[in-house]
Design a protein around this ligand. Structure first.
Ligand code: AMP
Length: 182
């Protein structure tokens, strides 16, 4: 029997195998990475959050910021594990206190994201978290917003990186860390 076949799968093989590909969602031509099978499996979800939090620990991250909605799932869990603060970055009009915002372009038109004006301290070491890095448009806008707040963006972390879409290049020179690459 081949030793390769008899070895137990590594945690990241199990994570990769749990991602569900949904063709043509939300529109024709998009291959959607459905992470809900990972979220629904306690040990797998914990393993993903644990590994991502470990990267933050090495970089001495003081705060995690994430963009709604799926970025919140990983970002908030990581922040709780690390006992550091979490900042929600939301679509325009959702946050109740004074905000600062930035616009970014979508395939058709523009979107705007916001954070609370007092969310970050000057020079605070921030990691931005999202579930999927595709073209990097959303992440770049989040980076701009945090930098305009006076904090220091040290790292972008995502659970899944769609390498062919070159999000990493769009974010350069910011370091990018991803758990799974497709
Ligand atoms: P982008 O701004 O192109 O990097 O897109 C990133 C955002 O869109 C992330 O917040 C993802 O949640 C979502 N996204 C983009 N492409 C996909 C995909 N193929 N599967 C799942 N989510 C995606």
């Amino acid at each position: 029997m081949s030793s390769t076949n008899s070895e137990p799968p590594t945690p990241n093989c199990r994570l990769r195998a749990a991602i569900r590909d949904i063709p043509d969602f939300p529109k024709p031509g998009i291959g959607f990475k459905d992470i809900t099978p990972v979220l629904g499996n306690g040990p797998l979800f914990h393993e993903a959050v644990r590994q991502m939090a470990e990267v933050c620990k090495k970089e001495h991250i003081a705060k995690i910021a994430a963009v709604e909605a799926r970025g919140f799932i990983f970002g908030a869990a990581m922040a709780s594990l690390l006992e550091i603060g979490f900042v929600p970055i939301r679509k325009k009009g959702k946050l109740p206190f004074r905000t600062r915002g930035t616009q970014y372009s979508l395939e058709y038109g523009f979107a705007e994201i916001e954070s609370h004006e007092d969310a970050f301290l000057p020079n605070e070491r921030v990691c931005i978290v999202d579930d999927v890095l595709a073209t990097g448009g959303t992440a770049s806008a989040a980076v701009r917003l945090v930098l305009e707040s006076g904090a220091d963006v040290v790292l972008l972390q995502c659970f899944i990186e769609l390498s062919a879409l070159n999000g990493r290049a769009a974010l350069a020179p910011l370091p990018v860390s991803s758990l799974l690459q497709f």
